[in-house]
Design a protein around this ligand. Structure first.
Ligand code: CU
Length: 329
């Protein structure tokens, strides 16, 4: 009798377990994937974007981002109203892989390079802004819904969307076509230092930048001046001859200002080091905030000696952004 009772209670317990597994909702924490950046084979065209830049997931899910470019990026979630800090500073500080973000504490990687991944877990519902601290016009949105809400898209949809956006940005050549060749003929002393465009989706901003000096081989005569300008709406570049400074943002001490606000330096020998500092557009103005000052988008160098003078962009030489000026007697 006692034995029978024990067998009966064991089988009842087993049945209860089976029933519970059928009745209780399955809580499956999904693992989503997205890309950061993209580039063409020569690395000249850099897509500065989260691909896709808008996703809907459930609370408890996580997203793993993989960097697909040689240009550096961060994956960062600031708290509402937080001031952006430079990417070397982060939140300040950086959070480890598999950090959780619920809107109350900043989550940020340091500088990520090609092939690196970073996973963020989203434990609670909310709508969150995703930013790259290196690129101001690179943003996205993550919608974290309660588990009871349906999701409209699956991972295949996001993969297709990311591929479409990547292709669209990589194949957008109108800026380069419109400017580079015509301008070379129009003004032989000019070098266009990069170009780019900002685009947008309902989820945020994306952009593409061409990391090249468009007329990389200039030939002038002694006493002549070359002028670089940067028409990119947000990516900075530098024109750096000789030794690269530790901080690329300010110009070297031998750089002066022309009357029109352009920076200007003189190179007298191959031993001279000259650094333009950041040549970059001003950030876009916003209503209710002080307007941004006029930007420095032009740099001029006058050459007083003959020779071949190589230079580079201190930010993007790893992508092949280099050039040279040949000065003839
Ligand atoms: Cu550059």
């Amino acid at each position: 009798m006692k034995l029978l009772n024990s067998i009966q209670s064991q089988s009842v317990f087993r049945w209860m377990l089976v029933l519970a597994s059928l009745v209780l909702p399955q809580i499956v924490q999904a693992q989503w994937h997205a890309a950061v950046g993209a580039q063409n084979s020569s690395m000249s065209r850099q897509v500065l974007a989260f691909l896709p830049n808008e996703m809907w997931i459930h609370a408890g899910d996580s997203i793993t981002w993989t960097v697909l470019s040689d240009e550096i990026h961060t994956v960062s979630f600031l708290v509402s109203g937080q001031t952006r800090l430079p990417f070397q500073v982060g939140c300040p500080g950086f959070t480890p892989n598999d950090s959780s973000f619920d809107g109350t504490h900043c989550v940020s990687t340091g500088q990520l390079v090609s092939g690196q991944t970073y996973t963020v877990v989203f434990p609670t519902a909310g709508n969150f802004k995703l930013v790259c601290l290196v690129h101001q016009d690179m943003t996205g949105t993550i919608h974290v819904l309660d588990a009871s809400q349906p999701l409209s898209h699956d991972q295949d949809f996001y993969d297709d969307e990311a591929a479409t956006e990547r292709l669209a940005l990589l194949s957008d050549f109108d800026q380069v076509k419109n400017h580079s060749k015509d301008r070379d003929q129009m003004d032989p002393k000019m070098v266009m230092a990069g170009t780019g465009e900002i685009a947008a989706t309902a989820g945020g901003s994306t952009s593409v930048s061409v990391m090249r000096f468009m007329q990389p081989n200039k030939v002038i005569h002694v006493g002549g001046t070359v002028e670089w300008d940067n028409p990119d709406p947000s990516t900075p570049h530098t024109i750096t001859f000789g030794i690269e400074p530790a901080n690329p943002m300010p110009p070297s001490s031998n750089v002066t200002l022309d009357a029109d606000g352009a920076r200007h330096a003189t190179i007298n020998s191959l031993a001279d080091s000259v650094h333009s500092g950041f040549i970059v557009a001003a950030p876009q103005d916003r209503i209710g905030l002080p307007q941004s000052p006029l930007p420095v988008t032009r740099f001029r160098v006058t050459f007083t000696a003959a020779g071949v003078f190589p230079y580079k962009c201190a930010l993007h030489d790893n992508l092949g952004m280099t050039g040279q000026v040949t000065v003839r007697p």
